[in-house]
Structures are given as C-alpha cells and as structure tokens.
Unconditional design. Structure first.
Length: 217
C-alpha cells in the first residue's frame, strides 16, 4: 500500500471535521512529501531537532505538531514555527514556552497532557493537578500561550474495554475544564491501534503513524 492510498483510506473512515495528524517521526522527507502531495498538512514529530530539520526542508504551509515529551531546554528551537505542542505536562514547561513565544512575538497553541493510562511510563497531569493549574494565578496570566485542549494516551493493551474507559475519563475531564478554559476545543486522543474507539468517545484529533507510513524504521 502506498502512503497516498493509506491516507485516503483513513480519511474515508473518519468524519471530515476530525484533524488527522500524520505521525512522521523517524520517516524520511520523501515520505512526508508523498503525504503532502496527497493533501496532508498536519505532521507530528517527537524530537525537536528532527522536526526542525524537516521544517527547514519542507513547504511552509505545513502545520508542525510536537507530540513527544518536551525538554524545556529545547523549546527555543521550535518556538518560531511550531503549530501545536501536544505534551504540555507542567507549569515549568508552560513558563518556558511562554518565554520563547514572547521572543518570537507569537502565541503558541498547547494541549495539556493528561495521564489516563494505567501505566507509569506515560507523562501528564492528573485531574487534581489540572484543576489546581486552572486556578493558579500564574497560569491565568500567560499571554503568549493558548491552551486549546487536552491530549491523552490510553494504555497499550488489547483490552478495548479498558481503552474505552480511559478515553471516557479524558472526555469527561475535557467537558469539565471547557468552562474554566474557554479556548479549549481540541481533544487529541487516538492512535493507529485505537483511533476508532477514540472517535466513538469524542476525539477531535487523531495521531496516526504506522497506518499511514508503515511500521517505524
């Protein structure tokens, strides 16, 4: 299957209003260009240096999504161009994004990452931390950051009941927080293995890699 065919088949299986982020980490520029030529404009990377190299080489109308865990000392390398940072999991990171966004006179869109999986390996806020954050005066004063939604990753398991339960938890939290953060309209959940369940539970943004580009190198 070609990248173009894979993309077409996924697009046909999801509602039009859903944002599809093609997870292109580790993939060569030629693969991204093939997806670009098929109409794809949102790409997700998990390493800032790799994303920056691709940004320099590829067309400027691409929307770059930073989907991996973000190290604060690397924010400066993407602040000029990143469209959306998915994995914001601390006030310290928000402070750094705010500082770097100011330097470029930009407002950077961010998703707050929520820890919904029953695995310790995932990053993110828990519900109590998120609610505390929304009431923190420092958070309220951030001017160069727009919190546009929440992101979460379900446990890597074949147990669909568990995955659905975790997505339901995130959706409920999203609904609770929308009244506190009016700029929120994105719920980013669902990857190649579980995106159908994520859609049924209210996802508005999918991060899909292997189903588009094939297995990772």
């Amino acid at each position: 299957m070609s990248i173009q065919k894979n993309l077409t088949s996924i697009r046909e299986s999801i509602p039009q209003e859903i944002t599809l982020v093609a997870v292109s980490k580790t993939k060569p520029v030629s693969d991204l260009l093939e997806a670009y030529d098929a109409g794809q404009r949102d790409f997700g990377e998990n390493k800032i240096q790799e994303m920056t190299q691709k940004w320099e080489e590829l067309p400027r109308d691409i929307q770059w999504h930073m989907i991996g865990h973000v190290q604060r000392n690397k924010v400066k390398y993407m602040a000029e161009y990143v469209a959306l940072i998915h994995g914001v999991d601390s006030l310290k990171l928000l402070r750094e994004i705010e500082k770097q966004a100011k330097k470029h006179d930009r407002i950077i869109s961010c998703l707050l990452q929520v820890h919904i999986a029953e695995e310790d390996s995932k990053f993110g806020f828990d519900e109590a931390e998120l609610l505390a954050l929304t009431q923190n005066p420092e958070f309220i004063k951030l001017e160069n950051i727009r919190v546009t939604g929440l992101m979460g990753m379900a446990t890597f398991t074949d147990d669909k009941v568990q995955v659905r339960r975790e997505f339901k938890t995130l959706k409920a939290l999203f609904e609770t927080l929308k009244s506190k953060i009016p700029t929120m309209d994105i719920l980013s959940m669902g990857m190649s293995g579980d995106y159908q369940i994520a859609l049924e539970e209210g996802s508005t943004m999918l991060r899909i890699g292997s189903s588009i580009f094939g297995a990772r190198n």
